[in-house]
Design a protein around this ligand. Structure first.
Ligand SMILES: [Zn+2]
Length: 147
């Protein structure tokens, strides 16, 4: 759908211009009408086809105009939808970053032993419990001001 409507404005304008040209010059009518004049069509059918051919460029102008309008409306909707999707993705990413920051801030509220008071293992960086015995490595909560 997006491919169909992406270039609706230039294509639609070109289509309208071509059909204005065909209508004003009568070129299309003069090319096509001899074909039905030489056929055996008569009466109402002939007059209907004659009028149809005469107004075909006008019909196409209307169709191209409708194509432009539909294309503009669709692309507008498409862009809005795309923006909404991108905003939602950013919000999810932002929430994940915020959560990581909160965890880090919580982590930084405490002072930690460099060696486990229970088993003596060296503390792995950014952990609050001993990775060998699971004992808490928290010494105490830092003062809020000293952060
Ligand atoms: Zn330990």
């Amino acid at each position: 759908m997006e491919k169909l409507f992406r270039h609706s404005l230039p294509v639609g304008i070109a289509g309208i211009v071509v059909n204005i040209f065909l209508f004003v010059t009568n070129l299309y009518y003069e090319l096509v009408v001899p074909v039905i004049e030489n056929s055996s069509l008569e009466g109402a059918v002939f007059h209907f086809l004659d009028a149809l051919i005469f107004y075909t460029p006008v019909i196409f102008m209307v169709l191209f105009a409708a194509y432009i309008v539909a294309g503009q409306l669709y692309m507008k909707k498409f862009h809005v939808r795309k923006e909404v999707t991108e905003t939602e993705k950013l919000m999810v990413k932002n929430a994940a970053v915020q959560e990581a920051l909160n965890e880090k801030a919580e982590f930084l509220k405490y002072e930690y032993y460099t060696n486990c008071p229970n088993c003596g293992s060296v503390r792995v960086e950014n952990t609050s419990v001993c990775s060998f015995c699971g004992a808490s490595l928290v010494i105490r909560k830092r003062d809020e001001e000293s952060n």
